[in-house]
Design a protein around this ligand. Sequence first.
Ligand SMILES: Cc1cc2nc3c(=O)[nH]c(=O)nc-3n(C[C@H](O)[C@H](O)[C@H](O)COP(=O)(O)OP(=O)(O)OC[C@H]3O[C@@H](n4cnc5c(N)ncnc54)[C@H](O)[C@@H]3O)c2cc1C
Length: 389
Amino acid sequence: MQQLHVLIVGAGIGGLTTALALQRAGIGVSIYEQATALAEVGAGLTLASNASLILQYLGLGAVLEDLGVVPGRGAVLDYRNGRTLVDIPRGATQVERFGAPYCQIHRNDLHAALVAAVRSADPGCLHLGCSLEDFGQDDAGVTALFANGETALGDVLIGCDGIRSTVRARLFGVEDPRFTGYVAWRGLVPLERLTPSMLVPDSAVWIGPGHFLTRYKIRRGELLNYIAIARTKGWVEEGWSVRSTVESLLAEFRDFEPTARSILMATPRDQCFKWGIFDRDPLPTWTTGRVTLLGDAAHPTTPFLGQGVAMALEDALVLARALVASGSVPEALARYEQARVTRANFVLVASRENGINLTTTDPDRYDEAAHRNEESLDLAGYNALTVPV
Ligand SMILES: Cc1cc2nc3c(=O)[nH]c(=O)nc-3n(C[C@H](O)[C@H](O)[C@H](O)COP(=O)(O)OP(=O)(O)OC[C@H]3O[C@@H](n4cnc5c(N)ncnc54)[C@H](O)[C@@H]3O)c2cc1C
């Protein structure tokens, strides 16, 4: 099986982590990404212990320490007055309980580190400007066809091509993602625009009817990342680069207490983005023959539990382990699915439900018993390095 060559479609966090895990296992990979250049897009990501454990194993622990931020404490706050409804110990507690930190990082910092790691293992493995159009497969292998006319041959093809996955559409039919009814603004605020009292506790979530706002530090603590989410009846565009205005954000969050609004107000004019939140219904299977799905292509997950990236990382490590442990490609992909589908689909549904929980529970009744997170749902203790495959 170590003679395999694996074709990976999509150089997002899922595709790159899969590539790195396979390279570490001695398996050759080629990664095909539709973008012609790797630009800085996106903002903050949460890596709970189940995610950072994997990155540490793949040699990126120093990147998390250098560029990530480990919050000492988190809290859920009342949108009307900032009163603490739930206090959440983080920092050393997570390392003691789960063996790895709960950490927050700029997506681009993690992405750049993954790109450097896969290129250092194999300088020619990443092919930009290659948009997958179609593929064919038989007993001997898989052929991928790209829009630029190039083709690639391999033993396995993994669709890591995100929520609008072409691979998924070819395997299971074309179906648009589902608009969840939430619109989200995200902003990055340089810390010098804020006062220390606005940053207590280290990470925070304000909840209110139909709205919630979460904020945390990233990039060595130089930037404050926030996501402000509101329920809406209208359909909103999906995408990571759709600009919005601070004025429209403030109008939507007009009932939030002064500290929360001061953070939104401090957003630089060119750093306020807005996007519609989409997901898909769970799939019972991700594989046909030598082709499978991974990350958002398989189970696009809303941000309400902060576990979307973690699921892609877990998929990547488990898939690499299944390929190493199996005697054939079909056996490996069956073992990968067996280990992953139930958990990833559980998180997809639990994340949806938590969106409802956060935006409909009366703050006067929101307490530790009502709160759902990676700990209360027992997600943080999952160990992709040792889970049976
Ligand atoms: C540009 C960008 C910015 C993001 N920013 C954030 C953020 O700030 N915060 C957050 O929580 N999440 C963000 N996400 C989403 C988050 O990274 C994912 O939800 C999670 O990491 C799962 O990753 P994934 O690799 O499965 O999918 P994605 O991260 O969506 O990666 C999919 C990759 O596949 C490529 N691709 C798609 N179709 C094709 C094709 N036909 N051929 C070749 N390549 C293709 C895409 O260009 C992309 O690079 C962002 C995603 C993207 C693409």
